[in-house]
Design a protein around this ligand. Structure first.
Ligand code: AMP
Ligand code: MG
Length: 267
C-alpha cells in the first residue's frame, strides 16, 4: 500500500460516502503497529536531516470532529522525534485581537520556519467549518475564504513548505463510543465539553462543510488525505506512511561539512 491511498483525485467533488471510516486495508493491528514502528525510524532519520539542512519546512494540518483523535495522533506519530525540530499549534476560538485581523493572520505567524515540522491541531479550516455551520460570518465572507486559503497555501509552498492535510474520518457511532469513554473516565473529563454535543447535533452540516473543503481546497501543493480513523492503529499507520513517503521525496540532505575535518586531531 502507498501512503497516498487516501488522497482523493484532484478536481472532482468529494463525497464522504466514498470514504468508509472503518477501513483497515486488510491488515491487522499487530502488523500495523509493527509497520508503524519501522516507519517511525525513517521519520526520525528524515526529520534529523530536515532540521540540519534548514532549507525546507513541513506543515501538517490535522482536522477532525471532536473525538477524532487529533491529540493522540500527534502523540503517537511524533514520540521519539527530536522535539527541537517540531512545533505544535492548537487553534482555539479566536481571541478579540485575532478577530480584529483577517482570519489568516494568526495562522500565518504559526507556520513552520525552514528546518521545522509544524503541526496544526485544527487550523484555518475552522474558518470554513465551525464558522460556516454556526453562521459566524455571512456566507459570501466564508465562501471567499476557499480562494484565500488556496492562495495562502500556494504562497507557503512557494517558500519551500511542503503541506500535508489530514482529515481523521470517524463515524458518528464511533464518536458516540469515544464520548462515552471520556465521560466514563475521570482523567478524560477535561477533554469533554458540553458544547461538543451541540457540534455533534449538527453532524450532517459539518460533513457537508468538510466535503466542500475537500472539493475546493485540495491541490497537489497542499493535498488532503481522508484517513479512516475508527481504528486508531490503522489511522496511525496510514498517517505515518504518508508523512514518511513525503519526507523521503523531499530534496533533503545534510549540509556540506567545513573543509579539512578529516585532518583534525582532538587533543
Ligand atoms: P479543542 O480543539 O477541543 O480544544 O476546541 C477548540 C475549539 O475552538 C473548537 O470548538 C473549535 O471549533 C474552536 N475554534 C477553533 N478555531 C476557530 C475559529 N476560527 N472560529 C471559531 N471557533 C474556532
Ligand atoms: Mg474538544
Amino acid at each position: 500500500m502507498t501512503g497516498f491511498l487516501h488522497r482523493p483525485p484532484y478536481g472532482q467533488p468529494v463525497s464522504l460516502a466514498d470514504y468508509p471510516a472503518g477501513f483497515d486495508g486488510g491488515i491487522n493491528e499487530k502488523e500495523a503497529v509493527a509497520k508503524t514502528q519501522a516507519l517511525q525510524q525513517r521519520l526520525i532519520a528524515r526529520q534529523d536531516m530536515l532540521y540540519a539542512q534548514g532549507k525546507h519546512a513541513l506543515l501538517i494540518v490535522l482536522q477532525a470532529m471532536d473525538g477524532g483523535g487529533k491529540d493522540s495522533t500527534i502523540k503517537a506519530i511524533f514520540q521519539g522525534v527530536n522535539p527541537q525540530g517540531v512545533r505544535v499549534t492548537s487553534f482555539k476560538v479566536p481571541t478579540a485581537e485575532e478577530l480584529s485581523h483577517d482570519f489568516l493572520w494568526r495562522v500565518h505567524r504559526q507556520t513552520p520556519p525552514k528546518g521545522m515540522i509544524g503541526i496544526f491541531n485544527r487550523s484555518h479550516y475552522e474558518d470554513v467549518l465551525v464558522v460556516r455551520v454556526n453562521e459566524l460570518v455571512p456566507e459570501p465572507v466564508w465562501r471567499a475564504r476557499y480562494d484565500h486559503i488556496n492562495a495562502f497555501e500556494a504562497l507557503l509552498a512557494a517558500a519551500n513548505t511542503t503541506i500535508l492535510k489530514f482529515y481523521l474520518n470517524i463515524s458518528k457511532d464511533e464518536q458516540k463510543k469515544r464520548f462515552e469513554e471520556r465521560l466514563a473516565k475521570p482523567e478524560k473529563h477535561w477533554k469533554f465539553s458540553k458544547g461538543d454535543l451541540g457540534v455533534r447535533a449538527r453532524w450532517e452540516d459539518y460533513m457537508r462543510a468538510y466535503e466542500d473543503v475537500f472539493t475546493y481546497c485540495h491541490t497537489p501543493h497542499a493535498p488532503w488525505h481522508i484517513i479512516p480513523s475508527n481504528k486508531k492503529w490503522y489511522r496511525n499507520y496510514a498517517i505515518m506512511q504518508t508523512i514518511v513517503e513525503t519526507l523521503e521525496t523531499m530534496p533533503l540532505a545534510y549540509p556540506a561539512p567545513e573543509e579539512g575535518l578529516e585532518d583534525i586531531v582532538i587533543d
